[in-house]
Design a protein. Structure first.
Length: 239
């Protein structure tokens, strides 16, 4: 059996998923606050955070202070476009583009992009997203209507049974990948159609404004109604 990729192993840990969930939900935190929120010893939390940092899911920076002494480290869930030269997330995007010819299984024959959007920027986003999902262990494809992403046979199904918030963590990671790849595509909805066997991500293309036009507003938060434990922005059939 082939070894699982690093991202899969990183996200397969419930403790690491819980730490990432806390950061996504609460924002920037210290390791002590994170350890308390996740019910972990601070040394254990630090080890898990190092793994998340190495995979580009979490960032850390020293807390600004005027006094002398060693500053506390502040941890945050990676989000938005990283402008740091050589950042882990940027390198992942570059590597995904290099593997694009082999990693475009998401794109059915004759379908080059999400509906209403084509071009190199959108293609770069799809390459990055395909690479992320492949590394995380998902079987993904673009729906026939080219407005949705289908995720089948979730590799974390056992974890999701008792911890549905894990779905929300993965959804936010998908949003972050599209934002980091810096193009017009955005993930705007998570629908647990037959979770964990099939989940659907709504994807839209945001028109890019010209230099003489105001930038278009970002779509509102996921339109679906939350109804699955702590999972934000998700819906199931009939709700």
């Amino acid at each position: 059996m082939a070894a699982q990729p690093p991202s899969y192993k990183t996200l397969a840990s419930l403790s690491r998923m819980n730490l990432l969930y806390q950061l996504q939900s609460r924002g920037t935190m210290t390791v002590n606050d994170l350890a308390e929120a996740a019910g972990l010893h601070h040394n254990t939390a630090r080890e898990h955070l190092d793994r998340l940092i190495n995979e580009g899911f979490v960032t850390c920076a020293p807390q600004p202070r005027d006094s002398k002494g060693r500053p506390k480290m502040l941890y945050s869930a990676a989000g938005g476009v990283s402008t740091e030269l050589g950042s882990i997330r940027s390198r992942k995007i570059e590597a995904a583009q290099e593997r694009a010819d082999q990693l475009r299984r998401m794109l059915p024959a004759g379908q080059a992009a999400v509906a209403g959007c084509a071009g190199p920027a959108a293609q770069r986003q799809l390459d990055a997203l395909d690479d992320h999902l492949d590394q995380a262990g998902f079987d993904a494809s673009i729906a026939a209507n080219r407005e949705q992403l289908h995720l089948r046979d979730c590799p974390y199904s056992e974890m999701v049974k008792d911890h549905p918030e894990v779905c929300g963590v993965h959804y936010r990671l998908i949003q972050g990948v599209l934002e980091q790849a810096d193009g017009p595509l955005r993930a705007v909805g998570l629908n647990l159609v037959d979770a964990p066997h099939l989940c659907v991500i709504d994807v839209v293309a945001i028109p890019v404004a010209r230099d003489d036009e105001p930038a278009p507003s970002t779509p509102a938060a996921p339109r679906a109604v939350a109804n699955s434990g702590n999972l934000p922005g998700a819906s199931r059939p009939g709700h």
